[in-house]
Each structure stands twice: as C-alpha cells, then as structure tokens.
Design a protein around this ligand. Structure first.
Ligand code: SF4
Length: 319
C-alpha cells in the first residue's frame, strides 16, 4: 500500500531542568523512529504515558520541530518547510485532541469555531462558508441550529463531534486523533468510534490514532505500533500484532486486557512503573520490567528485527 506519511530516523530531544539550579538534561522523547503510514489505514500508536506517542503525532503535523530526521507527506519532504510553505499541508493534515472540554473556545459560537479554519485557508463568500459548516456538522451527527450555540451547551460526546467537524471542514487527507475518546463515557466512546470509522471510509481519510487502550485499537485499527520510552518496540498489521505478538511488552499490554488478547498467554504484566525518560535504562529500554530479561538485555540494545513482512520487533529473544 502506498504511504501517505513516511518518517525516517526521526528524533525529538527536549532539554529539561529538574530545578532552576541544575544543568539541563536531554529527554529523548522520540529516539530514531522510522515508519510508513499506508494511505487509507488507521495506524494506531499504542503506549503508556511517557512513551512519546503524542510527541510523534505533533512532529508529523509539524506542530513542533524535530531534532533530526525526515518527515514526508505524499512523497514531499516537509521537514524543513517554514510556516508559509506549510499552509497547504496544514489544510491536509489535521488533529483532534483528547479533551473536548478545553479544546473549544468557551465564548465562541460553534459556527465560528468550526468555520475559523475556512476563513484562514480559503477566501470563500460567507454564504458558502455557512453551507460548508452546516454540511460538516450534519456529517458528524449535529444540526444546523447547533451553529448558534456555545460549547457549554453540549455534552462531551457532542463537543468531540464539534472538534471533529472543525478538523474535517478543511477536507483533510490525514488526521491525527490523540486519545479522541478517552475523556468520554464508555457508551459515548462506542458511538464516537463508530462515527470515526464511518467518516474514515466515506471521506477517504487516513488516521494516526494515538491511544493507550488496546480494546479501542482492536475495534478500529488496521496497523499497530507499540512504543516505549520514545522507541518502537513492535509494529505490524493489527491482525499480526493481536494474534502473533512477539515482544514481551506487547504481550503484557494485551494480557492486561483479557477481552482482546488472542496470542500466547504465558507472560505476566510488567513489573513496576515505566522508568523516567530523564533516566532511561541502558541496553533494552524494557529490561527493568521484562519478565523474560536475559543477561544481554541490560547491556546491549536490541536492533529492530523483521519477524515477517511488515512485522518488526525490537527484542534479543529473536536476534
Ligand atoms: Fe525483554 Fe530482553 Fe526482549 Fe528487552 S530484549 S524485551 S529485556 S527479552
């Protein structure tokens, strides 16, 4: 499948100070990541808090600058484009954030929130802008009269639909969805996910779907990337990762959600908390929590190994 987004050896390091008197230290939020996102896929990025998954989404959208590496959108290298040259890509690559309560301006009418991007990117007459806003609100299950209300008049699920309408009104090709349902009630989550699936098909979109919830991944994803402390641990098609997972970390994530794991059930959930990105372990990043760790694991970092076509895993068990 043709890639809509390609990233090569992407890195993002932040300088962090523990206190105003201490020297800055580097946090490797994204540490040498390469991947292709196939057009038309729902490419899910999974990991615990601190794994770097949201940073990855923001880098691809060029909301933050990489430390090094390359980002291509539809074959064009956009890594070094300035804000003027990025305008076209900003229309085609949009984001829906996690929190539908804080992501909408509380004192703006819905028509102004949803229409803001249209006014920035297109010089359209106001009646055409009105029609485009009305159409996209209806696509996400809202009505014309909702244009004249404020965000506080809507439920969490409706607000997330408004955020989706704001992203989709520009007719993008690629959407980053950053934990789009995690702030919603379970019943609303299911309806929102079904809507996202339907919109992806009918509007021919590609999603980068960031989540910590593997039950959601099982429902919606076509591809899965498992991240840990800024690196990819395992990557493959959803079916391959769910039925033939290889990495002990992936196994532990699946094991923690009995309803979704379909692979081997021989591992235990990881020990302890994810280490601080300020002080990552030497060798395999996962060795401090891995129930299968061997001597080599604390000394040498494993390379990425191709288990089968399109299925990559970073673990000494397969070297
Ligand atoms: Fe576990 Fe070693 Fe594999 Fe890391 S390399 S996941 S510590 S077995």
């Amino acid at each position: 499948m043709e890639a809509i987004v390609t990233i090569e050896n992407l890195r993002k390091y932040f300088d962090i100070k523990k206190s105003i008197f201490s020297k800055p230290r580097k946090v490797k939020a994204i540490n040498d990541i390469s991947l292709n996102i196939p057009r038309g896929s729902i490419f899910s990025v999974v990991g615990e808090s601190g794994s770097g998954k949201s940073t990855l989404g923001r880098l691809i959208l060029k909301l933050i600058e990489p430390t090094s590496g390359k980002i291509c959108f539809e074959g064009e290298d956009i890594t070094d484009l300035g804000s003027k040259d990025l305008i076209k890509y900003r229309r085609e690559m949009q984001i829906v954030q996690q929190d539908p309560y804080n992501s909408l301006h509380p004192r703006k009418l819905i028509k102004d929130i949803v229409g803001e991007g249209l006014k920035i990117h297109y010089k359209l007459p106001s009646d055409e802008i009105y029609v485009r806003i009305k159409e996209i609100l209806e696509r996400v299950g809202l009505r014309e009269e909702h244009m004249f209300r404020y965000p506080h008049e809507f439920s969490g699920g409706q607000r997330q639909r408004i955020a989706m309408a704001r992203a989709l009104v520009l007719r993008p090709k690629f959407l980053v969805l950053d934990e789009p349902t995690s702030a919603l009630d379970v019943s609303v989550q299911a309806r929102t996910l079904a809507l996202l699936k339907e919109l992806k098909e009918s509007l021919e979109l590609t999603y980068l779907f960031i989540t910590h919830n593997l039950a959601v991944v099982d429902y919606i994803a076509t591809h899965v990337t498992v991240m840990y402390l800024g690196k990819i641990m395992e990557l493959g098609s959803k079916d391959e990762i769910f039925s033939n997972q290889k990495h002990p970390y992936t196994m532990s994530l699946l094991e923690a959600i009995p309803s979704v794991g379909r692979g081997k059930r021989i591992r235990k959930i990881p020990r302890g908390e994810i280490p601080s990105p300020l002080d990552p372990p030497k060798g395999c990043l996962f060795h401090t929590r891995c129930v299968q760790a061997m001597d080599i694991c604390s000394k040498e970092e494993p390379d990425e190994i191709e288990i089968s076509k399109g299925h990559l895993c970073r673990c000494h068990l397969y070297s």
